[in-house]
Design a protein around this ligand. Structure first.
Ligand SMILES: [Zn+2]
Length: 489
């Protein structure tokens, strides 16, 4: 039998409840919705960690993000991954990633790829902070430092400086394309299409990572127009700047929430449109009927549901951990809906199984492909973990903060905060918005069941910590730091 190729599209920040095939009311994903008619559609796909740097070890290496210790980031040198498995099986491998610095060779994501294009060299240099509030002079820095001693003066300084920056920018010409921080999906898909064109019939693994729904939100104008939510570049710049402000009350941010979400949705629409173009190219090249095609996300995005914006690992809310997952295979003739929780830890072995290849024995997840086909995916609790408030994984001190963990099944979710030494149990059936943790004495059987899963997960992690891979990762990091020091000196 001819080997099947594999395409994996990961979309940064794409929430499960913002795609049509999982019930979103706005028409942002018309192409994926049509593809979903003949795909396995996972109603409850859950990431193994969030954000990007805690999510991808599970997606590519089927390994929990903190399995080698909290301080280890990325894919360890020579760690078994889906890419290496396919390369060893004779596949051509190509990755086109829209400029996410955490998915770079520094963190081992290039391993096993013949072609690895992360667009990081094309990223605009010296970007101002998204707020546009970067002090422009020593005088500003002095005033800011003086004001920061007191919360009232700090807030007053921030308010004045924000509006000063807005006033200063009024005369500057702005365009969405110039303001966008990451390559748009069309740029990434163009490169992927030309790579596919040169494969000469060999089986291949193509990984695309698209950043259009990532903040700052500057969708192509065509996308906003198609959704009838067109705004000027100046308005989008104002919205992004305001949305990024620190230390202002949520009620003030809420005024702009709908407009910001419209920009985010337009980014999703653009992703959908470009995925459609990629599939057309694959069809025209007579490759479509011999491949498995998967679309998912590394985490979601928050829009003040719990007071937060973006996707920092300060919590593990549903908005952050519940993502879309769609798996198209030519053997599926109708939609196969998977209603049970499915951890992305199992994605890589499932994809390998779908193209009839064995998974590396070191993978922590396992294939559910046969159960997906027969509609009998068992309901098991899934584990999500990250390091709380680790917003800059380049800093070791950030990575060594306390663990945050969630155990989630179809009806309940237990969130364990190791810093606070607390656990919160949510009844997702009656409180899907996670507003009311159950009182400590309630639902003790559920609590005990999920706590047991958490304990077993931690025991397995400490027993299986692979010293060899951990040490290789530490060496890589030290090498990077010494190269950095040498470059600075
Ligand atoms: Zn991400």
């Amino acid at each position: 039998m001819k080997p099947r190729s594999l395409v994996l599209v990961t979309v940064d920040c794409l929430r499960a409840d913002h795609v049509g095939f999982l019930g979103y009311s706005k028409p942002v994903t018309p192409f994926l919705d049509s593809l979903a008619e003949r795909s396995a559609v996972f109603a409850d796909a859950i990431v193994a960690g969030a954000p990007t740097y805690f999510s991808f070890p599970a997606i590519l290496a089927s390994r929990y993000p903190l399995a080698f210790g909290r301080d280890i980031m990325g894919i360890a040198p020579h760690e078994p991954t889906i890419t290496n498995a396919l390369k060893d099986a004779g596949y051509r491998t190509g990755a086109f990633l829209a400029g996410n610095p955490y998915l770079s060779s520094r963190f081992g994501y290039d391993q096993g790829f013949d072609t690895f294009h992360d667009f990081l060299d094309a990223m605009p240099d010296g970007q101002a902070s998204p707020s546009g509030n970067t002090p422009e002079s020593a005088f500003n820095r002095f005033v800011q430092a003086s004001a920061s001693h007191n919360s009232l003066t700090a807030a007053t300084y921030e308010e004045l400086y924000f509006w000063y920056c807005r006033w200063r920018s009024v005369t500057k010409p702005l365009s969405m394309d110039a303001l966008r921080r990451y390559p748009a999906a069309d740029v990434v898909v163009d490169q992927a299409c030309s790579w596919v064109g040169g494969l000469a019939g060999k089986p291949f693994f193509l990984w695309l990572h698209l950043m259009d729904p990532h903040h700052p939100y500057y969708p192509p104008e065509d996308a906003s127009s198609a959704l009838k939510s067109k705004v000027s570049a100046r308005r989008a710049n104002f919205l992004n700047s305001f949305w990024n402000r620190g230390h202002i009350p949520v009620r003030r941010l809420k005024r702009y929430r709908d407009e910001v979400i419209s920009l985010y949705d337009a980014g999703i629409y653009w992703v959908d449109k470009q995925i459609s173009r990629l599939v057309s190219t694959l069809r025209q090249s007579q490759l479509w009927d011999d491949l498995v095609f998967a679309v998912t996300a590394d985490h979601g995005e928050e829009f003040l549901e719990h007071g937060a914006r973006y996707h920092s690992p300060n919590s593990l809310t549903e908005q952050l951990i519940h993502v879309p997952l769609l798996l198209y295979a030519p053997t599926l003739t109708r939609q196969h809906r998977v209603p049970t929780p499915f951890s992305l830890l199992h994605l890589a072995p499932t994809l390998l199984n779908a193209i009839s290849l064995p998974a590396p024995t070191d993978f922590q997840g396992r294939s559910f492909w046969p159960q997906i086909v027969t509609g009998e995916v068992p309901s098991e609790p899934v584990v999500v973990e990250c390091v709380e408030a680790c917003t800059n994984p380049f800093r070791r001190a950030d990575r060594m903060r306390a663990r945050l963990m969630a155990v989630r099944d179809q009806s309940c979710k237990l969130v364990i905060n190791f810093r606070e030494k607390t656990e919160r149990l949510y009844d997702l059936k009656n409180d899907p918005a996670e507003n009311f943790p159950l009182p400590p004495g309630d639902a003790s059987a559920e609590r005990a069941r999920l706590l047991r899963v958490a304990r077993e997960h931690l025991q397995r992690t400490s027993q299986n910590q692979t010293t060899e891979l951990r040490l290789r990762s530490r060496l890589r990091e030290l090498q990077h730091s010494s190269e950095l020091r040498a470059a600075v000196q």
